[in-house]
Design a protein around this ligand. Structure first.
Ligand code: VGL
Ligand code: ZN
Length: 208
C-alpha cells in the first residue's frame, strides 16, 4: 500500500538504551533502524517518541528497596514492571540511535517525565488517563491512520498501538520494524491482544 498524506508513521523509542549495549537492551533492537529509515521516505507525517526519565524514576528497580530489575510492584495505577535505570534525561542512553533519521519528523514526544508514573504509550501515561497531547495534535492534523514501529514491541509499541486504535485512529503495526523484550511470553501475548483489538499487522515491504 502507499500511505496517504494524512497517515502518520509513529516511531517509538529507537534510543541507545534499547539497542545492543544499552541499559535496557532489546535483543537486536538496532536492526529496526534501517527498516524505519526506509519507511520514513513514504510518509508525509512522522512523529517520534523518546523515553525521557528523571533520575530515580519510580519505574526503576533502583528506586525500590530490595527490588530487582524485571520484577514487578504495585503502583497506585496498577501493576508496574521495574526496569534497570534507562533513558535518563540528557544521557547518551536517552539519545536516538545515531543512524536513525530524525530530520523529517514534525513532532518529538518525550514521555516518562513524571517521577511517579511510567509512560509506555505515546498517547497516555500508564495511569491511562494523563495525556501526552498527541491525540489532539493528530486530530488537528486530520490524521486517519497510525502506523507504529520501534521498540519495544511488547511494551511501548503495544501500549501506543492500543491507545491509537482506542483514540479512533485506524492502527497498524509494521512487524519487521519492531523488536520485543519478550519477558514471559509477552511478545506472543502482545500479538494476540493487538489482533483482538482489531489492530492490523503489515510487513515493511508492503509499504511502497
Ligand atoms: C520501554 C520499558 C521501559 C519501551 C520504555 O520503550 O518499550 N520499556 N521504558
Ligand atoms: Zn522507560
Amino acid at each position: 500500500m502507499t500511505p496517504e498524506n494524512n497517515d502518520l508513521l509513529l516511531i517509538i523509542d529507537v534510543q541507545n538504551d534499547f539497542c545492543t549495549g544499552g541499559a535496557l537492551a532489546v535483543p537486536n533492537g538496532e536492526e529496526v533502524v534501517a527498516v524505519i529509515n526506509r519507511l520514513q521516505a513514504h510518509f508525509r507525517q512522522v512523529a517520534i517518541t523518546q523515553d525521557w526519565h528523571p533520575e530515580r524514576h519510580s519505574s526503576f528497580a533502583s528506586s525500590h528497596n530490595g527490588k530487582d530489575p524485571f520484577s514487578t510492584t504495585t503502583m497506585p495505577y496498577g501493576e508496574q514492571t521495574l526496569w534497570p535505570d534507562h533513558c535518563i534525561q540528557g544521557s547518551t542512553g536517552a539519545l536516538f540511535h545515531s543512524a536513525l533519521e530524525t530530520d523529517t519528523a514534525s513532532m518529538i514526544i518525550r514521555k516518562g517525565l513524571n517521577p511517579a508514573i511510567d509512560s509506555y504509550s505515546a498517547f497516555f501515561e500508564n495511569d491511562r488517563t494523563t495525556s501526552t497531547g498527541l491525540s489532539g495534535y493528530l486530530r488537528e492534523l486530520g490524521t486517519k491512520r497510525v502506523f507504529c514501529v520501534g521498540l519495544a514491541y511488547d511494551f511501548c509499541v503495544r501500549f501506543s498501538a492500543e491507545d491509537a486504535q482506542q483514540q479512533g485512529f485506524e492502527t497498524y503495526v509494521i512487524s519487521d520494524a519492531c523488536r520485543a523484550i519478550d519477558m514471559d511470553g509477552s511478545a506472543a501475548l502482545t500479538t494476540k491482544e493487538l489482533t483482538g483489538k482489531g489492530i492490523r499487522f503489515l510487513s515493511s515491504d508492503q509499504i511502497s
